[in-house]
Write a protein that binds this ligand. Sequence first.
Ligand code: GDP
Length: 317
Amino acid sequence: MRIALVTGVSGQDGSYAAELLLGQGYRVIGTVRSIDRVRASPTPLLEQIELLQWNLLDQRELVRILSFYRPAEIYNFAAYSSGEGMYDHPLEIAEINGLSVARILEAIREVDCGIRFCQASSAEMFGAASDSPQSESTRFAPRSPYGAAKVYAHSMIDIYRQRYGVFACSAILFNHESPRRGLGFVTRKITHTAAKIKLGLAEDLALGNLEARRDWGFAGDVVRAMWMMLQEPQAGDCVVATGQTHSVREFCEAAFRHLGLDYRDYVREDPSFYRPLEPIQLVGDTRKLRSIGWSPQIDFFQLVKMMVDEDMGHLST
Ligand code: GDP
């Protein structure tokens, strides 16, 4: 039985990756920052995988884990996520989102260069890039400590690939959402509040820039792309995106419409949610991704409906 190690398994992407890998017949080892915290809110998924507590700063412990389990594949999701916190705690972000990836690569090199590695990199690395759409060869121009740390990790992957022949891949992920998305992200904020409005639990929804556009994909489709990257004969980097953008306004329109409501009656713009710096149009060039046989199973409107339905389900019970 092939073994896969998923770091950050209790987060949105880690949990979708674990589900996919279990479905493919892998034995899944998942690492979390705190087992006690995860045990406090158990999910059926977490009962099907083997959970380990691993502090990303503990290099020796990682070497022990890899030597003991000898995973065939590692998927790295353990990191600070993007969003509003991207400018806070720059040193911790550098340590966790950047240096930890070098630690994993070093541990792979020490234990077994045959372990395949896929990193959740981010479109934030493009930041103020001048080209749009962005592809694997677009120059990085990060604007946040988060983006800069991800660029460092991405560069180390290339170096370990070139220098040591490690099968290391960087999946450059554009925004990817799901019912498991945190409430700080605009998509989930919209679906959760729209469901509350429908149920009479909230009156309105205050948002920032309604014209901001994103390339929003489904998290389950994104982790499938990462798995496919590790099944390729050659390691490489790949933009993981849908290639299409929608505005925050369009997201609102679709979410409220699904509930039989008109977003214009409830959504108001609140300047306190405006961002000082918005990236240029972030939209992925998906040619390479499609060339490995990937296509999304969930489109934008299905994604919105899935998120609204799930929030309605939670809030009505
Ligand atoms: P990001 O792409 O990682 O920054 O993901 P977010 O979901 O946090 O933001 C996506 C876009 O939605 C950004 O351009 C925000 O400016 C815009 N936006 C508009 N209103 C809001 C809001 O109330 N909250 C958040 N988080 N973003 C908002």
